[in-house]
Design a binder for this molecule. Structure first.
Ligand SMILES: NC(=O)c1ccc[n+]([C@@H]2O[C@H](COP(=O)([O-])OP(=O)(O)OC[C@H]3O[C@@H](n4cnc5c(N)ncnc54)[C@H](O)[C@@H]3O)[C@@H](O)[C@H]2O)c1
Ligand SMILES: [Zn+2]
Ligand SMILES: [Zn+2]
Length: 509
């Protein structure tokens, strides 16, 4: 039986859901290409109480022929049991018609997920390779990020799908997003393997891989994109129409585990799930590194370029492109924020203000990464005033916000100088958080308000540029990385939480 697993996607506001429906309509062709046979079914939200999944099934060989349509019916309620859809799904491809949100609380969504779960073709599991991965088995307590992760024996299918590679991981960086997306209420399906900064060696190349890679080649891994939507065509893959489902939710049933090898584990998180010693990786995430890295040490060191570092540095160098007279203020000095500081130094900005609640990080930002000023948010009563003052009185021309913490976010937005830019990079803990904007002030002061994903990067070009900066001594990523054996990931997480380590990198060999 082929497999369909429902992926959930949170959108609580009906009007936003409607906007998304509009946005997605023209991209159906690219969605169909995601091989949704083994991917998601998205739930729509027509009113806050009703879940709708509308899926169209197309003949795999003849995409113009509709062979069936599935929509939820009144039968889809909380008492829903397993439904055998195998006959409907045989040899067909699912096309999402209405990729919308889901109702608050995961109950209905996960029941639908189970109901639509069918198994993958048995021949794909004919041979499996034993390996290990850090598996998130269930949503973890939000305040103890990663407490739900366990090193687990897994089996990796030997047969690869179209455009897939098997990669033996050398190193994987931990980014805050790995923690945030294994939290409860983010629509994630469990068990799953996170990890979205990675490097390793190609072990096998599946059918129809176009990139120049062969077994034994080193590769760097970044994020996934469809390659065929408008944004992808314009070399803006971080804004791919299908970025959220492809990256944040990956695919179900990639690995197996358990004594009978019948239990499935989802992976291909950001197209590669780098928290696995051996992982199934989508070609779109792969950057061939034969001519980029000089040694295995470099391969390890460059693992975090694929998300955190390109995100911070790219927000400055690709998006804002500040000038030498500009004051840049960076809120939050984790892997992302310190990379923004390094980016601002590369751009030659006059004043670079490092903001955090951990004094050691502020000191480090100044001593090593190029900040000229520091601000500790602890015990401050008027954060906006303090931010303006440390930025020379009028406030910064550019704010890169990476804490996602409402007080810091709002204070720093209001600190921006006239005609300045505010760039949101950090994700708030509550995905439904909203902040109120003084619209009149906003327009009269000519503030630019930007969201920024993955530093606006085109990784195939920007990562080599970052490596060049590293070699020139302008991007000292070695000063922010600390290595841990993969089995010591709990210690790595602990040190990341306490602020002792900025960018933990797990080593798999
Ligand atoms: N937009 C994107 O494409 C993208 C990519 C990667 C990461 N992210 C997000 O960016 C954020 C940062 O990621 P990271 O890996 O650098 O995280 P991190 O946890 O390593 O760093 C966060 C920093 O913010 C500081 N901070 C938190 N609350 C604060 C407060 N109230 N006042 C001052 N400082 C505070 C912490 O001390 C820490 O130094 C996360 O939300 C992550 O999910 C976004
Ligand atoms: Zn795309
Ligand atoms: Zn990340």
């Amino acid at each position: 039986m082929p497999l369909i697993q429902l992926r959930t996607y949170t959108l609580k506001t009906p009007s936003l859901a409607a906007a998304y429906a509009q946005r997605w309509k023209p991209t159906m062709a690219s969605i169909a290409k995601l091989n949704i046979k083994t991917r998601g079914v998205y739930l729509g939200e027509t009113n806050p109480k009703q879940v709708v999944a509308v899926v169209e099934f197309k003949d795999g060989d003849d995409p113009d022929t509709k062979v069936g349509e599935y929509a939820n019916s009144p039968a889809f309620n909380d008492d829903l049991g397993e439904i055998d859809l195998s006959s409907d799904f045989e040899g067909v491809e699912a096309r999402v018609l209405r990729p919308l949100g889901f109702v608050e609380g995961n109950n209905m969504a996960s029941k639908l997920a189970r109901a639509l779960r069918v198994t993958k073709k048995p021949e794909q599991y004919a041979t499996m390779t034993p390996s290990q991965a850090i598996v998130a088995f269930e949503p973890g307590p939000a305040h103890k990020g990663g407490a739900n992760w366990e090193m687990t024996d897994i089996k990796v299918p030997s047969e690869l799908g179209d455009g897939e590679l098997l990669v033996e991981m050398v190193a994987s960086g931990i980014c805050h997003t790995d923690i945030a997306l294994t939290d409860p209420n983010k629509g994630q399906s469990f068990p799953m393997v996170a990890g979205h900064e990675g490097s390793g060696y190609v072990k096998a190349v599946g059918p129809n891989v176009k990139k120049d890679v062969k077994p034994g080649d080193p590769v760097l891994l970044s994020f996934d994109s469809c390659g065929s939507c408008k944004e992808c065509h314009e070399k803006r893959p971080a804004y791919c129409d299908t970025f959220i489902p492809m990256n944040l939710y990956g695919e179900s049933d990639v690995f197996k585990h358990g004594a009978d090898e019948k239990q499935s584990i989802g992976a291909k998180f950001f197209g590669h799930s780098s928290f696995a010693k051996l992982s199934v990786v989508k070609e779109s995430t792969v950057l061939p590194a034969r001519d980029l890295v000089k040694s295995e040490e470099e391969l390890m060191l460059f693992a975090p370029l694929g998300c955190g570092i390109q995100t911070g540095a790219g927000a400055i160098l690709n998006l804002v492109k500040p000038g030498v007279e500009d004051t840049v203020m960076v809120c939050g000095l984790g892997g992302v924020g310190l990379s923004a500081i390094m980016g601002a130094r590369i751009a030659g900005c006059k004043r670079i203000v490092a903001v955090d609640k951990v004094q050691e990080r502020i000191d480090l930002a100044k001593d090593v990464f190029g900040a000229t000023h520091g601000l500790n948010t602890s015990d401050l009563t008027d954060l906006t005033a303090a931010m303006k003052e440390i930025s020379g009185g009028r406030g910064p021309n550019v704010v890169i916000e990476t804490t996602g913490f409402p007080l810091v976010l709002e204070a720093s937005y209001y600190a921006v100088d006239t005609r300045g830019a505010f760039v949101q990079v950090g994700g708030p803990a509550d995905p439904h958080y909203r902040f109120s904007l003084d619209v009149v002030q906003h327009l009269f002061r000519g503030i630019k308000l930007w969201g920024c994903v993955e530093g606006d990067s085109f990784p195939g070009e920007f990562i080599p540029e970052l490596i060049k900066y590293y070699r020139e001594g302008r991007l000292p990523v070695d000063k922010m990385v600390r290595y841990y054996q993969a089995e010591d990931f709990k210690k790595a997480l602990h040190d990341m939480h306490t602020g002792e380590t900025i960018k933990p990198v797990l080593v798999w060999r």
